[in-house]
Design a protein around this ligand. Structure first.
Ligand SMILES: [Zn+2]
Ligand SMILES: [Zn+2]
Length: 130
């Protein structure tokens, strides 16, 4: 804010209102930034690997375990919280998924695999006698 003061001797001086200048610094911080968090990083309860969430990953890309926390994918409404163990893997061009079974309540679920999921683990699951 500028204040114009007529000195009375033919000189006009512009004086900054220092009050609003100083405090303006603090209030310029944006506290109302909209940030929708649906990309959850998580540490795998089975192998300890720190997974970087990409919005739809809910299983560990190293061991393919996940946690039984959803009723519908992503809703986090299930209170079971058991470990979901990979029981069966399909990895073809058409179909990339893992069937997981909860070790606590034996619930079974189909989970879509991602491109960065461990191929080694998929092969291990495919070859396990189950
Ligand atoms: Zn893991
Ligand atoms: Zn469960």
């Amino acid at each position: 804010m500028l204040l114009s003061i007529y000195s009375g001797r033919g000189v006009t001086a512009n004086i900054h209102d220092l009050g609003s200048c100083d405090s303006g610094f603090e209030s310029q911080r944006s506290d109302n930034m909209v940030f929708i968090k649906n990309k959850e990083d998580f540490v795998c309860d089975n192998c300890g690997y720190k997974n970087i969430g990409n919005g739809y990953t809910n299983h560990c890309s190293i061991c393919l375990f996940s946690k039984h926390v959803d009723i519908d994918p992503g809703d986090r409404l299930n209170t079971c919280g058991g470990l979901m163990k990979p029981e069966f893997v399909s990895y073809t061009n058409k179909d990339k998924y893992v069937i997981q079974r909860c070790l606590t309540c034996l619930f079974e679920r189909k989970n879509i695999l991602n491109d960065n999921d461990s191929l080694d683990t998929m092969i291990k699951v495919q070859n396990s006698d189950k």
